[in-house]
Design a protein around this ligand. Structure first.
Ligand code: TRP
Length: 338
């Protein structure tokens, strides 16, 4: 029997890459048999900094859905739904906004970082500034206790739990429940781009996508950043900050073999091409079945939209229940029992 609810999601701003896969998608597939899983495509959150670019979000939405299904998120076990199709989330957000201060939002570390990255300067969209509150609505609407996310999302969960505690204490009723983050294991966190830069991103053109062909994956691996001082095969090489080894740490399951390879590389005598070929074998084996399924689902978009429609309907029913309780606790259910 599944008793606890799990909720997580992604903003649809592009296709998902293998960093998403190893850092979260793979976990979700494993967790879906343990928890009532709600997997949200956060289109509305994506719109908070893309209001003038809704087409991008719309096009990315189907890509993300395809990625979800092809990695094995199973609609019979997980509710995959679209945030904007659950208007109850917006009303919850409005109620929570009254118990959150502007200065608390301005102090949210993730929001702060993003404001810098996105060069908003003095022109922060109000919807963007308050998205942590909307995220609190996402989480609390489903009374989710388990939130599998990357560590950049910890401030969101902290702020959610503050809202939960404030709400329950102000309205003297245990309506909302606190949530905890579930982080991926250390090797799987924050896979760098193939250029060795901290983040995989579309703009840096340094990501390997789940939808990349076998050829492209191989080319990307062969161009990967390694140890710039490892020039001749016989030179001793560095395995730290060596992207190929970082990826092997994340994807290679034969840890003994990996330890041996690292020692060999550090001693000298193991060439980059060999290590890259090994990584290529491992990644191709992992990605091939995903790619195949993705191509099948691509041909059947009616099915994919059907899954999203059904998932959104189910999600909406749950969110509506929580909203009823919230309205009741605040006391704005004026016409009930009259
Ligand atoms: N903020 C997440 C991201 O940047 C997406 C998201 C929206 C989310 N609502 C959520 C994650 C609720 C976990 C729980 O991709």
């Amino acid at each position: 029997m599944k008793t606890e609810n799990l909720l997580t999601g992604d903003r649809p701003t592009g296709k998902l890459h293998i960093g998403h896969y190893i850092g979260s998608l793979k976990n979700r597939v494993q967790l879906q048999s343990e928890y009532n899983s709600y997997i949200m495509i956060a289109d509305q959150q994506a719109l908070t900094d893309n209001a003038r670019n809704p087409e991008k979000i719309k096009n990315s939405l189907i890509e993300v859905a395809l990625d979800y299904l092809s990695v094995g998120i199973d609609p019979s076990q997980s509710n995959i739904f679209i945030q904007s199709q659950i208007p109850e989330l917006n009303e919850l957000t409005m109620h929570y906004l009254n118990i959150v201060t502007v200065s608390r939002l301005q102090r949210n570390p993730t929001v702060k970082t993003e404001i810098k990255e996105k060069n908003f300067n003095q022109s922060i969209p109000a919807g963007f500034l308050i998205y942590p509150v909307s995220q609190a609505a996402d989480i609390t609407a489903f009374k989710a206790t388990v939130i599998p996310v990357g560590d950049d999302q910890l401030p969101m969960i902290e702020q959610t739990n503050e809202i939960v505690r404030s709400f329950n204490s102000i309205y003297k009723k245990e309506v909302l429940v606190e949530a905890k983050a579930l982080l991926p294991n250390k090797e799987s966190r924050r896979l760098p781009g193939i250029d060795g830069k901290a983040k995989m991103s579309k703009s840096l053109n340094n990501a390997i996508y789940l939808s990349d062909s076998a050829d492209i994956v191989q080319k990307k691996i062969m161009s990967m950043y390694t140890d710039p001082n490892h020039i001749r095969v016989e030179d001793p090489g560095n395995v730290e900050n060596n992207t190929v080894f970082t990826y092997l740490d994340a994807f290679c399951t034969d840890k003994e073999k990996l330890i041996g390879m690292k020692e060999h590389y550090q001693r000298g005598g193991l060439g980059d091409v060999k290590v890259k070929r090994y990584l290529n074998d491992i990644l191709q084996a992992e990605l091939e079945p995903i790619r195949k399924k993705r191509i099948e689902y691509e041909k059947n978009q009616d099915y994919v939209y059907g899954v999203l429609r059904q998932g959104s309907q189910n999600a909406r029913a749950i969110a509506a229940q929580t909203l009823d309780e919230v309205r009741g606790a605040i006391g704005i259910n004026y016409f009930e029992n009259r």
